[in-house]
Design a protein around this ligand. Structure first.
Ligand code: ADP
Length: 736
């Protein structure tokens, strides 16, 4: 199968294709050299052969000339012998010469046919031979017919000798010419041989150099190829290892969409091993369907292959593993291209988004709960307002009907208390969310927590006709904790028991020590809790299903507060129920500590006010300012009220109050700035400054302190606390 191609990116000095060219050039040069060398060899051989042929031709010509002269000499020798002896057998050489000469001259003519200068000698030679032979024949005839004397006369004329000399000269001239040619041709032949030898040597040397270069380049080429192969191998390994160590699932395919590689994550998500998936069509290994429709989804990797672009996955896609297990996934696919830009495969990256989906779901749930909470909150805040408004109307019309006023006051107190509790819970939740819930810890007796909680929740339980049983230990058990917070936690549990039980139900509070832990159990006979809700009831804004008949108040934060308070004390809380209609039990567990050593405790409660104070109240809400001023006046103080910071400063300069109560959020000069200016003035150093604000968070308290306030009270002001502060404040000396 074709695997996605990887290009080596190592630092190779000479690229492979350049090397190939060099090798090709070298091989080409060797080939050309062989051809040229062969051609030169042929040419040289032919030249040597030709010059040697010419040399042998010249030798032939010379031999032929010598032969003609020798034959002539034989003819003359035969003639001389006959002339002297008269014996006819002396004529045999002559007769033989007659038979040979014509052929020998013919051959000479043929041999010299290509040489014009030699050819020119042939007729002369032929004539001289003929003349000489004729002279010899005449003398032989004279000897035969007339005897020796007659022949001698002819011989003595010296004509024959002259002809023979001329013939010899001609022959010598021709031989001299032929010898010159021979010498020329011999040296030409040697030159050709020398050239042939030199050419062969040069070719051999060049050939050797080229073969050497070829071998060098070839070896280098092999070395570089080996290095490239090694780098390629290393890169493939790096590629494989990189893919293997990616935290997401990775699958790569060839250009036909067949699986090439799966990393470990992909193996565990698909259920296929890389080995068994290799070569298998991707859609079989990476099987995806739409979460809702269950229809197969267009595979992004195959689309990336088809279109050559990066493709993301459609939402709500589920990967079906080999074993049928389904997981929501998120992925994208990208084409793999080689250095030339050709598509060599596709890489698919995907991840299991189960966790994310769950987070999204829980965020969605939290968001839903928050929306529900806001709706509930506005409802819960509105609830006490209706009776309050009615109560005001009654007060307005009641005139002197003391019974009506008393009854209405009870209603108002309860409703205000309800609102204060709601707002306190909200502030506590905010503190918990920001991790700033502070505990004032002390060794406290557990029974006192129960008593404190019963003091607060008792009226509600009684109002709903709930019977309460307390099972308290005979010996005191102590925990290290913040009494008011732990009381608040137990109050929440008791309040829930009251809320979620029918009138006439039964609530039991049991305290028992198990080893180093004390358990506070609140058991009721109420509506119970479904099993699946048992853990969730402690989550913020979580409110159980309510039937339209069950008109139960609550923001869904009470148990969150309980759990957080208990956990801050190193304890835990658990909800138990056998199901709807079968009651509930909440178990608080806290670590037990040793009893504290006896020590004098300061008396609690507000100091009674004995001296009349001069008090200035500043609040931009005139009703708040007026009602607070009225209350302080009823308590026997001299009080003035204003509605902003500037007037407060002006009024204080003449009124010289002992106590100034300042709202923080006032127009123009706010409470902080006013406080600072009071402190800067000579009369304001010893004044008791009290911030009265809707902001109860610690950060606001710190800022109040920095501005010079002595106390920070949160609206609605807790009257006993205010009475205590006023009572404890010292009147300012006005003698200065
Ligand atoms: P709230 O009471 O304001 O709704 P909580 O946080 O106090 O908020 O309680 C969360 C939920 O737990 C309640 O809405 C209710 O469904 C369930 N729950 C709490 N206490 C009890 C109880 N004693 N009996 C039955 N259900 C309870």
């Amino acid at each position: 199968m074709n695997r996605p191609e990887l290009q080596p990116t190592g630092d190779l000095n000479v690229p492979i294709h350049t090397l190939d060219k060099r090798l090709l050039v070298t091989i080409g040069s060797v080939a050309v050299l062989i051809v040229v060398n062969g051609a030169l060899d042929v040419w040289n051989t032919r030249r040597v052969y030709d010059t040697m042929a010419l040399v042998s031709h010249s030798n032939e010509v010379i031999t032929s000339l010598e032969q003609v002269l020798s034959t002539m000499k034989d003819a003359e020798t035969g003639q001389r012998g006959f002339l002297i002896t008269g014996e006819s057998h002396y004529l045999e050489p002559f007769d033989a010469a007659v038979g040979l000469l014509e052929g020998e001259i013919e051959q000479l003519q043929r041999l010299t046919a290509d040489n014009p200068s030699q050819r020119a000698h042939i007729p002369v030679l032929r004539r001289l031979v003929a003349e000489k032979m004729s002279e010899l024949r005449r003398t032989i005839d004279l000897r035969k017919k007339e005897g020796f004397q007659a022949a001698q006369v002819v011989v003595l004329t010296d004509e024959g000798k002259q002809t023979m000399d001329a013939l010899r000269d001609e022959n010598l001239a021709m031989r001299a010419e032929e010898r010159r040619l021979l010498s020329e041709r011999t040296s030409g032949s040697e030159h050709s041989r020398a050239i042939a030898l030199a050419t062969t040597l040069v070719s051999a040397v060049v050939g050797l150099v080229l073969v050497g270069a070829f071998v060098r380049l070839f070896r280098r080429d092999i070395g570089i190829r080996a290095q490239s192969a090694r780098i390629l191998h290393e890169q493939k390994e790096i590629f494989r290892t990189t893919l293997a160590s990616i935290g997401d699932g990775v699958i790569t395919t060839d250009p036909d969409g067949r699986v090439w590689f799966l990393n470990g994550v992909a193996e565990s998500l698909t259920g296929w091993t890389s080995k068994e998936a290799e070569g298998i069509p991707l859609e079989n290994v990476f099987h995806i369907v739409n979460e809702q429709t269950r229809r197969p989804v267009d595979n992004p990797a195959l689309r990336a292959l088809r279109e050559g672009v990066v493709v993301g996955l459609a939402n709500h896609t589920v990967l079906v593993a080999k074993d049928g297990k389904e997981r929501p996934i998120d992925d994208s696919a990208a084409p793999i291209r080689d250095a030339q830009g050709n598509l060599t495969g596709v890489v698919l990256v995907f991840r299991d988004v189960t966790q994310r989906r769950e987070t999204e779901r829980s965020l969605h749930d939290a968001d839903r709960r928050k929306d529900e909470f806001l709706a509930v909150l506005s409802h819960e805040l509105r609830n006490p307002l209706a009776p309050l408004r009615n109560a005001l109307e009654i007060l307005h019309r009641a005139d002197d009907d003391q019974r009506a006023v008393t009854k209405v006051r009870g209603i108002m107190e309860r409703q205000v208390q309800q609102m204060v509790r709601l707002i306190d819970d909200l502030l506590d939740i905010s503190r918990i969310t920001h991790n700033v819930l502070e505990l004032r810890r002390d060794a406290i007796e557990v029974a006192s927590i129960v008593t404190g909680a019963m003091e607060s929740s008792g009226p509600l339980l009684a109002e709903r006709g709930q019977q309460v049983t307390l099972n308290l230990p005979s010996t005191p058990i102590y925990v290290d904790g913040d009494k008011s917070r732990l009381t608040q936690a137990l109050c929440n549990l008791l309040g829930n028991s009251a809320k979620y039980s029918e009138p006439g139900g039964h609530v039991t509070v049991t305290v028992l020590q198990c080893d180093r832990t004390v358990e506070l159990r609140v058991t009721d006979t109420g509506i119970g809790i479904p099993a699946e809700m048992l853990d969730r009831v402690f989550e913020m804004f979580e409110r159980g299903e309510r039937s339209p008949k069950q008109r139960v108040d609550g923001l869904g934060i009470g148990l969150t507060l309980v759990r957080r308070i208990v956990e801050l004390h190193g304890g835990s809380v658990e909800a138990r129920s056998e199901g709807p209609g079968r009651g509930s039990e909440f178990v608080l567990r806290l670590p037990v500590v040793a009893p504290p050593s006896l020590e004098a405790k300061s008396p609690r409660g507000a100091a009674a006010q004995s001296v009349k104070r001069r008090i200035l109240v500043a609040d931009d809400n005139p009703d708040s300012a007026t009602s607070l001023a009225m209350m302080l006046r009823i308590m026997g103080n001299e009080v003035r009220s204003v509605t902003d910071g500037e007037n407060a400063l002006r009024e204080a300069a003449t009124f010289r109050p002992d106590i100034v109560l300042l709202d923080i959020g006032m127009p123009r000069v706010d409470g902080y700035a006013t406080a600072r200016r009071v402190r800067e003035s000579p009369w304001g150093r010893d004044v008791t400054l009290i911030a009265v604000t809707g902001w109860g968070q610690d950060d606001y308290k710190r800022r109040s302190q920095e501005a010079g306030f002595d106390h920070h009270l949160v609206k609605p002001v807790d009257i006993p606390t205010l009475v205590g502060i006023v009572g404890q404040s010292s009147p300012v000396s006005r003698t200065a």
